[in-house]
Design a protein around this ligand. Structure first.
Ligand code: ADP
Length: 544
């Protein structure tokens, strides 16, 4: 027997419709690369999104066609996002920080017909057009005056939509229709396309809005530092309008001072970003003796969050850090580290251990740990295993069937992460399967050593990689980038680590580098580190 409730399809146009109707005057603030701040609101972005749909239809775009954007976070980008999705096209976000060959590979694979790009990416766009024949039309996210110099035929976004009517019938299609396409950043091989549906995005927004997740509200001012081209923008492009939060879109500049100024000038209460962004902000605050006047909480995810960062935000600035875990394939939020009742009852210091974990599962998802043969492993907080996940917001396959079947026989997706799960249900990433250091048949967590090393007062960023060892297969070495002006030598760092990690985890070498290479999404780029270590050998014969 079917239920007797309305079968309204969960399509994301309903989210921006709701925002426009019930939070229409709520502000959306964008800052461009020059620092110019512009203000609009949900009502106006909704109208622009309808104009985008009309402009796309005029260009012959049909439901299911891919429309690519390559832009920083801005209100124009938001209008393009909803304009494409609302008419049934697929909004495909390209990351301008990837290598040009990777961008070309992705754009070709996605087969986008329209490209809407930031004017600052004009050189890239010119290159792309030579390599991606499917792109028929180029639009730049700007007004006429902001158009870049180029020999290619292109129009400004504002002119493109200017004469289009602000009415268009959105939705009215199956909620399982494709809505957005986002490629993994390729740290684990060729980028692969994750094709979100309207339903998965809608459900993800509701899941992440829970009090024990991102907990956004109509009273929040949200600074979306996570780029819209990365991991579905952590769903904030849906969750913020869903509750009518004021949205602050920071454009290209991510340095500490720029982010700090936006937080203060716009009264930001909540923000989300990867740890490296927060580290830069913290350094700026410390060096310049700044305080926050409105910021209440931040979600940190994308890489493990160092304890020192959580403590500094909490103790020095009164800001709560909530760690989240996820990946492009999981929409992306999967777990969030907030206290359950029994953790909340523990003394503050004991709670810290849980904050450092990646957290508990959102309702609607299932997770399990397995060994290499697929056997389930215990949730004892000690046994590491491959983390598998299942649910309506988890990828079932990659776009173009890349990689074939990606689910096990019970429908679980292999995250490629190695983790433990404790008796309270807290999942803790110990490594990515490919980064784990395998020493004498046992696994050493590179992440754990990095987090502890980053707590040394002189260390800005720490990275651990395994190097081949004749007896132990692999041994860890630690690379440190020191804070500007700070000093430390290998003996200092070793002494600091001593007693905080198991003896056999102690890195066999500690190297100091000017800069730890970061990937296009701000994560430590271990591929580049490993390449740079070619020919490196351990400093002493530790094989005895
Ligand atoms: P890519 O896989 O290309 O780096 P993603 O942004 O999808 O792109 O990365 C997802 C991965 O990032 C996860 O599989 C996990 O390894 C890592 N990650 C995400 N959040 C955390 C976190 N809070 N702690 C540790 N690792 C994390």
């Amino acid at each position: 027997m079917n239920g007797l409730m309305q079968g309204v399809q969960l399509t994301v146009d309903r989210i921006i419709n709701h925002a426009a109707q019930w939070h229409g005057g709520r502000e959306i603030v964008s800052r461009d690369a020059e620092g110019l701040v512009t203000r609009t609101d949900y009502g106006a972005v909704h109208a622009d999104a309808k104009r985008v749909s009309n402009a796309l239809r005029a260009a012959g775009i049909m439901p299911g066609d891919r429309v690519a954007t390559m832009g920083w976070n801005s209100a124009r980008h938001l209008a393009a996002w909803y304009g494409a999705a609302g008419m049934g096209a697929v909004l495909h976000t390209l990351n301008p920080r990837l290598f040009p060959e990777q961008i070309a590979y992705i754009a070709k694979h996605a087969g986008s017909r329209i490209l809407i790009a930031d004017p600052s990416t004009v050189d890239l766009v010119e290159q792309l057009l030579k390599q991606v024949p499917t792109i028929e039309r180029v639009i730049f996210f700007c007004d006429r005056a902001g158009m870049p110099e180029t020999h290619i035929a292109a129009i400004s976004f504002d002119e493109w939509i200017a004469d289009q009517p602000a009415d268009f019938v959105w939705g009215d299609f199956d909620e399982n229709s494709a809505c957005g396409l986002c490629y993994t950043s390729g740290t684990t091989g060729n980028p692969k396309g994750v094709l979100y549906s309207h339903r998965s995005n809608y459900i993800h927004a509701l899941m992440t809005l829970q009090a024990d997740a991102l907990a956004l509200s109509a009273r929040d001012t949200v600074l979306l530092v996570v780029p819209m081209y990365h991991a579905n923008a952590w769903g904030v492009v849906y969750s913020a309008p869903a509750v009518g939060a004021k949205l602050v879109l920071p454009g290209q500049r991510m340095d500490g001072e720029s982010i700090y100024r936006l937080i203060e000038e716009e009264g930001v209460t909540y923000s989300a970003a990867v740890p490296t962004v927060w580290q830069m902000l913290l350094e700026y605050m410390q060096e310049n003796d700044k305080r926050f006047s409105t910021l209440e909480r931040v979600t940190i995810g994308g890489s493990a969050c160092p304890e020192s960062l959580i403590r500094a935000f909490r103790d020095d600035y009164g800001v709560e850090v909530i760690q989240g875990w996820g990946m492009t394939e999981t929409s992306p939020l999967g777990t969030v580290s907030v206290a359950n009742a029994s953790v909340a009852a523990k003394p503050d210091e004991e709670q810290m251990a849980y904050k450092l974990k990646q957290g508990r599962l959102l309702c609607g998802l299932e997770m399990k740990l397995v060994d290499d043969a697929g056997n389930r492993l215990p949730h004892d907080g000690k046994t590491p295993g491959r983390l598998m996940i299942k649910g309506p917001t988890i990828a079932a396959a990659y776009f173009g069937a890349e990689g074939g079947n990606i689910l096990d026989e019970d429908g679980f997706f292999d995250t490629g992460d190695v983790s433990t799960i404790d008796a309270e249900g807290y999942m803790q990433i110990t490594d990515r399967a490919k980064d784990v250091v395998k020493s004498g048949g046992e696994w050493i967590s590179s992440i754990e050593i990095e987090n502890i090393a980053a707590g040394h007062e002189a260390v800005a960023i720490a990275a651990v990689v395994g190097v081949v060892h004749p007896k132990w297969d692999e041994r860890p070495i630690l690379l440190c980038q020191l804070k500007s002006g700070a000093q430390a030598d290998a003996a200092d760092i070793k002494q600091y680590l001593d007693g905080k990690i198991a003896k056999w985890w102690m890195p066999d070498d500690i190297l100091f580098v000017d800069e730890i290479p970061l990937g296009p999404t701000g994560k430590i780029d271990k591929l580049t580190i490993r390449a740079g270590l070619e020919g490196y050998s351990l400093p002493f014969d530790a094989s005895l």
